[in-house]
Design a protein around this ligand. Sequence first.
Ligand SMILES: Cc1cc2nc3c(=O)[nH]c(=O)nc-3n(C[C@H](O)[C@H](O)[C@H](O)COP(=O)(O)OP(=O)(O)OC[C@H]3O[C@@H](n4cnc5c(N)ncnc54)[C@H](O)[C@@H]3O)c2cc1C
Length: 306
Amino acid sequence: VARVVELEIRRNAPIPTWFGVGGGADRLVEVREEEVVRHVLEADARARVLGDGANLLVDDDGVGEIVLAMKSLRRVEWLEDGRVVVQAGADLGGLVSQAVRRGLGGIEGLAGIPATIGGAVRMNAGGTWGQIADVVEQVHGYARDGSPVSFAREQIPFGYRRSGLEEIVITRVELRLSPGNPDQLRARMRHVMEIKKGQQPLAAPSAGCCYKNPVVSRDLADERGEIGKAGQRIPAGLLIDRCGLKGLRVGKAVVSERHANFLIPEKGATARDLISLMEEVEARVFMRLGVRLEREVVVWSRHVGY
Ligand SMILES: Cc1cc2nc3c(=O)[nH]c(=O)nc-3n(C[C@H](O)[C@H](O)[C@H](O)COP(=O)(O)OP(=O)(O)OC[C@H]3O[C@@H](n4cnc5c(N)ncnc54)[C@H](O)[C@@H]3O)c2cc1C
């Protein structure tokens, strides 16, 4: 029996992001059931996917493609054996706390990373204390032509801050967690949060780290001494800092004094200020150290080149 799926299309809708700047969507669909994704992709294969907007910068004049807003797709089903089936829009932080409460470990090291599960899998979110790829068993979603796809863990080319799933709209993920002591898991979660609070400007709007930490192809040093060795992954923040760029400003966007890989919009900043600041940082790091920084932040724009 054919079922009619109603699309709630909003016009000129704002796109909420953690940067708190930038334009909106000409058309935005609130996804409340997985099927909606297929219908939208059949209408516009270039539809864009919005999670929590924690790694996203939208240009000031917004975007023309339909935006699939995923945060209402948030069912979480806890299975008996440590597995959990999570819809893509569910909040990662909420899932981490729930898992800890249930005595399930494996994601407590992701505490403090703002994300939907779909966004976290797509970016392979993580850091010093693990990455989401460590616990992913299955990913379900739709290909660009609207056909349903499922991938087992071994089929997904997870890497550092990447999943290889860039062309897939993720709708549901199965994770496998392992039994642990809730008190110990909670202590680990708090420890991670404390360290982050000490290192990162978490009170200011940002998208977290703006750049991936690059692997450099030759030994790097400057007048202050060694920066890193060939083949090592070096913190992008260290490279930006060693180029003297903390506090660098374009318009109302500024490189954080606290952590050089955080770009911060001050009151009144535009998305263009941030994009221009990124271009400036990239150019200077390349000129000074010969390293091409790769953006971790995703930029949406209607203009050529983005
Ligand atoms: C204060 C702060 C701290 C942060 N710390 C960390 C950190 O420690 N480690 C880390 O890895 N990241 C960190 N980030 C970045 C961010 O949290 C992650 O990249 C996160 O995975 C983004 O998820 P999201 O749901 O917000 O995705 P969005 O920002 O909404 O989208 C990011 C990209 O994923 C795509 N996407 C989103 N949902 C889906 C889906 N369902 N299917 C397919 N594609 C999708 C979008 O199209 C876009 O290309 C931080 C960000 C902030 C603001």
